[in-house]
Design a protein around this ligand. Structure first.
Ligand SMILES: [Zn+2]
Ligand SMILES: [Zn+2]
Length: 481
């Protein structure tokens, strides 16, 4: 029999008792600060008498214990995805789980601008004496995508979308993994109440993909009804990062997202007599090109800006010059003053080009910034982020926490920190990809399936596990006794 011990990267003493008797092989995980092993007989006695009960529970031990049941929940949610605004079954399941984890639960929370839509938000309040309030957020909605993974639990769901069209539905953005880790985090924090104090506000948010779910919760009075948190935390799985890793960006991590409609109006007529018309198609082409000079010529290159014309529609036939052209733009920025300048420039350029084309003032383009579709930039409070990075590096190992680049994508998690970022927040990444696949993709030069891809197939166990460890340890750090 030999006795080996070593400290693993999660800070545990791993002791292996390898007996010459083939059936007697015992692995014991002991929390290093609590257990000193002096002799083998003492250890065996300790095991036999149930002496491990005094070993302190940690996010890791709880994650390991809860994983089998969370995996069942994950597969259930994965094979029953629901589109944004329709998260009825999913939210009921989350409400049940939060209740079982000792939260006071409010269901069907949220109010959309459209009165025909029902809010399926779930708020779970876990109280543990006086202390700060920390918000922990998951999203719940799936996407109109036909899943093409090989998982046995792949979604086969087809439903009608809001236009009455049949669409496939899948959790192609991994919100199912967020939910499984969210339930695991609630269970873990209920068991770790001796390590933290205060109130945890668990928020299961509907309609992240449509960008109006968080706003619906605020419209129903999220912070007036449940109190304003002192901090807000969220996470998202990452389709390019390996499992076992956490990634995070200090400062801006997601962009302001604005949707802008432009109606370019001209004077229509016969395609053979352009001199009798004011052609809105040629004018639209000029506007599109001129819009690209906002980022390249008007903006400080240090400040990221994207202006994309994603849709343009005008005309019906070869030989008719139409009366108008409609364009749809997505506009991405970080800083709010840059946002204001870019939106003003879009308006000025559209109208200026029309003036140059001789369009009369009463037919000037209509530039409409869709206020109800705005998603503010997500800003990871640098001080908070650095504090959490230190905790994660300690738990997961230095090399398993990555400094990730910011993106021009959008996330309505930003709503929880308020428009002026006055509630410090951090939204971090959880690696979801098999490291073997990352190595293969680097070698072959083929790209990995991105989020929203029909082929996105996160590896559930390690992704959910690190989600629980990352979120639970963050909350305990911020609320510790
Ligand atoms: Zn998504
Ligand atoms: Zn997502």
């Amino acid at each position: 029999m030999n006795l080996e011990s070593q400290e693993n990267h999660e800070g545990f003493l791993v002791v292996s008792l390898d007996s010459s008797l083939p059936d007697l092989c015992i692995w014991v995980f002991c929390y290093k600060s609590n257990m000193k092993i002096r002799s083998l007989p003492a250890l065996l006695l300790s095991i036999l008498s149930g002496g491990l009960a005094f070993a302190q529970q940690t996010p890791q031990t709880i994650a390991d214990t809860e994983l089998p049941s969370l995996l069942t929940i994950y597969k259930d949610i994965h094979s029953h995805p629901e589109l944004s605004w329709h998260e009825k079954r999913t939210s009921a399941l989350i409400a049940k789980e939060l209740r079982a984890a000792s939260c006071e639960v409010t269901e069907n929370f949220g109010k959309y601008d459209n009165p025909n839509l029902k809010g399926y938000g779930v708020i779970g309040i876990m109280k543990n004496g006086d202390g700060p309030t920390v918000l922990v957020r998951t999203d719940m909605d799936a996407l109109p995508v036909e899943e093409e993974t090989r998982w046995s639990y792949a979604s086969k769901v087809v439903t009608q979308n809001d236009e009455g069209k049949d669409v496939h539905v899948a959790h192609a953005c991994g919100h199912d993994a967020h939910m499984a880790a969210f339930v695991g985090t609630a269970r873990a924090l209920a068991k770790l109440k001796n390590q933290w104090r205060g109130t945890i506000m668990f928020v299961a948010q509907p309609a992240e993909e449509t960008g109006n779910g968080a706003r619906a919760l605020f419209k129903a009075g999220l912070y007036t009804r449940f109190g304003k948190p002192s901090l807000a935390l969220g996470y998202h799985d990452n389709a390019q990062m390996q499992t076992g890793h956490i990634g995070v960006t200090e400062g801006y991590t997601y962009a302001n997202v604005d949707s802008v409609n432009i109606t370019v109006r001209g004077v229509g007529g016969h395609g053979a007599y352009p001199h009798k018309t004011k052609d809105p198609i040629v004018l639209s082409a000029e506007i599109i090109n001129a819009l690209q000079t906002i980022a390249s010529r008007e903006n400080n290159p240090i400040d990221p800006v994207v202006v994309t014309v994603g849709s343009i529609h005008g005309g019906t036939k070869h030989n008719i010059i139409p009366d108008e052209v409609k364009m749809q733009l997505t506009v991405r920025t970080y800083k709010s003053d840059v946002r204001d300048r870019v939106l003003a420039a879009i308006d000025r350029i559209a109208k200026g080009c029309a003036m140059a084309a001789g369009i009369p003032p009463e037919r000037a383009p209509i530039v409409d910034v869709l206020k109800d579709q705005f998603t503010p930039a997500t800003y990871n409070n640098p001080e908070l982020t650095r504090r959490l990075v230190a905790v994660w590096k300690n738990l997961l190992g230095q090399n398993n926490v990555e400094a990730t680049d910011p993106t021009m994508g959008g996330e309505d998690f930003s709503e929880y920190s308020l428009p002026d970022h006055s509630i410090p927040a951090c939204d971090f990444w959880i690696g979801a990809v098999d490291p073997v696949k990352i190595a293969e993709s680097k070698k072959s030069g083929t790209t990995l399936p991105s989020l929203h891809s029909s082929k996105f197939a996160p590896v559930p166990e390690p992704t959910i596990r690190v989600g629980i460890i990352g979120m639970t340890s963050a909350v305990v750090e911020l609320m510790k006794k």
